[in-house]
Design a protein around this ligand. Structure first.
Ligand SMILES: *Cc1c(COP(=O)(O)O)cnc(C)c1O
Length: 392
């Protein structure tokens, strides 16, 4: 099909909940993509932080096709090896106790919220189900995770939203204390707010929040859907914040491109979900779990050190270009935000870059780069050259 044919089918048959950029992506290799006309693009998006090993990775392909040939699906009523192995790899890498799988970030966060509320119910009974989240956060698109998301623009149309969420300002302990109360069971944080604009939380604020959680017997819930699985240069971002969270959610990059996600709990939360209390038909699907095992196997210390190096390099190079429409960079590892200035909008700049062969994302008012973690120096340089030519 041509791009125009695809676009016209999309216009007629697809619900328009997205305003798409005018490119139909056909195939990819590494951090390079090709559209229907064979035009090349450098990928600074990895499908919103998903294709962590790049496109068409040989090891990933072997893990996925090998498992697909053996067993594609069976349900959670039976044991499978990929499920058990993926859970072990995650828990050992993160220092957590046990895990449960889902299919997306929103579902992972739903499970995390359910786990926190049940933990509190089991210990304290009713009336202690409130979760504090931060302004400018993003936790997903279900009715409950929209309610958990601390941005007013997500609290329209779909009334009634799930109750039991209060919002505090990031990096402001007074604001957090102001929404504390006897009905609270947990605080839920992204350590680098992703959709909100790639805003890393202050170490000091995070440490004090963890102390407050310990003092009030609240659970500390970390949403690592975007920051997790190597994206920030450690397996999980909480490891750079020196935290011991109670529950951690993950999704996006975990299976290198297949829908997968889940939660991990520490020792005191390991038995909250007893049989019958939470479940999913697809969650932990053997093909996605086999892909996750492969992704996790690849993320050894040398791989993670390279993510940190690449992140430093890319940020330094973007700053060095000192383009008039771009300001300071921020982020952690290969999760990079770039300020947009000089009267431009991030959407305008993204459209121009994409037109010129560099796929980028927006986040908050800025640009966001989430390249595959396997991106090479040469691929980064090609992306930077497009950035320079397009925006100078
Ligand atoms: C993307 C994202 C989600 C939602 O994940 P989906 O897979 O789109 O449901 C939740 N939390 C954070 C931090 C995210 O970046």
């Amino acid at each position: 099909m041509t791009f125009e044919e695809i676009k016209s089918l999309d216009e007629q048959y697809v619900m328009h909940s997205y305003s798409r950029f005018p490119v139909a992506v056909d195939r990819g290799k590494g951090a390079v993509l090709w559209d229907m006309d064979g035009r090349e693009y450098i990928d600074f998006t990895s499908g919103i932080g998903v294709t962590s090993l790049g496109h068409g990775d040989e090891g990933w392909l072997k893990a996925v096709t090998g498992q697909a040939a053996k067993l594609g699906h069976i349900s959670n009523l039976f044991y499978t090896e990929p499920y058990a192995r993926a859970a072990r790899a995650l828990c050992q890498g993160a220092g957590m106790s046990n895990a449960m799988f889902a299919n997306s970030g929103a579902e992972a966060n739903e499970a995390m919220i359910k786990l926190a509320r049940k933990w509190s119910f089991d210990k304290y009974g009713k009336g202690r189900g409130t979760v504090i989240t931060l302004h400018n956060s993003f936790h997903g698109r279900t009715i409950t995770t929209l309610a958990a998301t601390g941005q007013d623009k997500f609290h329209d149309y779909f009334f009634p939203f799930t109750e039991g969420f209060r919002y505090a300002d990031a990096n402001d302990m007074d604001s957090l204390e102001a929404v504390a109360g006897h009905d609270v069971c947990a605080v839920m944080l992204e350590l680098v707010q992703g959709e909100g604009g790639v805003l890393p939380l202050d170490q000091d604020f995070v440490r004090k929040t963890a102390d407050l959680c310990a003092k009030r017997d609240w659970l500390l819930l970390i949403d690592e859907v975007q920051t997790g699985v190597g994206r920030t240069g450690t397996l999980f971002a909480f490891q750079q914040y020196g935290l011991a969270p109670d529950v951690v959610s993950f999704a996006k990059g975990i299976a290198g491109g297949l829908p997968f996600g889940g939660v991990m709990a520490n020792e005191r939360c390991r038995d909250v979900f007893a049989p019958g209390t939470h479940g999913t038909t697809f969650g932990g699907n053997p093909i996605a779990a086999a892909a996750a095992c492969h992704v996790l196997e690849r993320m050894d210390e040398a791989f993670l050190a390279q993510v940190r190096e690449k992140g430093d390099y890319l940020r330094a190079q973007v700053e060095e270009l000192s383009l008039p429409c771009l300001g300071a960079t921020r982020g952690l590892g290969l999760m990079i935000g770039v300020e947009v200035k000089a009267g431009w909008t991030n959407r305008e700049l993204a459209a121009r870059l994409i037109e010129n062969g560099l796929l980028v994302l927006t986040a908050g008012p800025g640009l966001r780069f989430l390249p595959p973690l396997t991106i090479t120096r040469e691929e980064m340089d090609r992306g930077l050259a497009i950035l320079k030519e397009t925006l100078r």
